[in-house]
Ligand binder design. Structure first.
Ligand SMILES: [Zn+2]
Length: 122
């Protein structure tokens, strides 16, 4: 895998990165929940409005098209969210493994990587 690319974290840096990942996850979760509900309801209203005014085939095409657009928007958005998180995540400077929730707590308590045992925090 990728070799050591970062220096050992200072305590401040570790806490800062940790908080940033948490903030990103919390914010993205809120935005995603809100946007999916708002867009979903808007789509239902749009179809409800269009139904008595349009013929069946164009209506179905419109509904299918809107749904695909809805999926595409969320697909792109989720991808962006994953990239942002990947850039922000904590990685062991020695073995390059991602310090996800349990490993991060271990590193926080012990100051070392739970995978390779090397020091992660100064
Ligand atoms: Zn490691």
């Amino acid at each position: 895998m990728n070799g050591p690319s970062h220096a050992v974290f200072s305590r401040e840096e570790f806490d800062r990165r940790r908080k940033r990942v948490k903030d990103l996850q919390a914010r993205d979760g809120r935005v995603l929940a809100t946007a999916s509900v708002v867009l979903g309801v808007a789509l239902l209203f749009a179809i409800d409005w269009a139904e008595p005014r349009m013929q069946r085939t164009p209506l179905l095409l419109l509904a299918a098209g809107s749904f695909l657009a809805y999926l595409a928007i969320f697909g792109v958005w989720l991808l962006r969210m994953r990239i942002r998180l990947r850039d922000a995540r904590l990685v062991c400077p020695h073995c390059g493994i991602e310090l996800d929730a349990p490993a991060e707590q271990f590193a926080d308590a012990e100051g070392t990587c739970d995978s390779c045992g090397e020091r992660v925090i100064e």
